[in-house]
Design a protein around this ligand. Sequence first.
Ligand code: PLP
Length: 394
Amino acid sequence: MNVTHLECSLTNEHYAAGEIHNLSRAGKPLIVRYDLDRAREKLTRDAIGQRPAGMWKWREILPHDGDPVSLGEGETPLIALPRTGGANLLVKDEGRLPTGSFKARGLAMAVTMARQFGIARIAMPTNGNAGAALAAYGARAGIETIVICPAETPAINVTETAAFGARVYVADGQIDECGALVGKGAAQGLWFDCSTLKEPYRLEGKKVMGLELAEQLGWTLPDAIFYPTGGGTGLIGMWKAFDELEALGLIGAERPRMYAVQAEGCAPIVRAFERGEEFAERWEGAATVATGIRVPKAVGDFLILRAVRDSGGAAIAVPEDAILQSVEDVARDDGFLLCPEGGAVVAAWRQARDQGLVRSDERVVLFNCANGNKYPLPDRSKRLTLAEAEVGAL
Ligand SMILES: *Cc1c(COP(=O)(O)O)cnc(C)c1O
């Protein structure tokens, strides 16, 4: 077993590995710790380079013991956006993972652990992509899955989740309110709560983004990372990954500036960042087209804020029209269809560049966390009657 123990992210209280856990006694996320000295012997640059690509090659610093529950999680490419920002502006395209989003990374890991612990039923609240991934991996593992979504969840996610055989409910509230209901069922022993950061292993799946990035950039890190922040699992996970890579001797002490991107219609982390607060108050009346980052209250708020501040980065909110404009611009200019959350990231990068927070000669990695085709797009086609069509006028 690689895991030595788990640790409360607020109090550092230790918890035993090999037992089922949700939050710590302090009500905060639990962080998985490994025997990094042992991992260091096997996880060398050479060994990593020789293994088949994908998240499971990092097995010495992942929590599972046996075979993973897998749907073929590949390594996601870094794609330059030369017309949008020049050769140094890269997108890590997480939309190429199973179920079309990076939620696959976290839930492949969480469901692998749920199976290892013999859990028979799993549940979560979701704005869409997480529910679809939970349902897919649940089906793969033969674990019953229950998913509760807010009313504005994109239809494709709701139907996709149901296609995997999950029981899906569309509810009249925000994701944290759906989460309260999931928590109630978990407390009654009806199912295991897989909510982001209330379950310790999703973070470990998501941290692989940071591991992969370091290897892809030749064991260096970019100058800045822009991350669409809802629950913040990926940002917190990458920040943890960088520390583990340093402890393994694979990178040095350098770190990217971390930029947490939110929409102006739901920006609790940005508000807390600007006020200098350690925790973020709930955002009332949350609304944005970028549903993956519509999270009014994040249980890991202080971990996001800590990483952003320690890195010398910032939390940035962007307006709705800039999100949609960025999706449109990048598709036309660089042939890359971002998801709306990815549009928010490009809009934030543009804002940061205009404010002088990032320079154009810096290497910047933007995260696009779902396939743009999963979201509704404006129909700009024209109708055509074939018998009357003038080919020269098309
Ligand atoms: C879930 C989601 C996010 C937010 O991810 P967190 O790590 O929970 O902050 C961003 N973009 C998309 C497309 C998502 O599905």
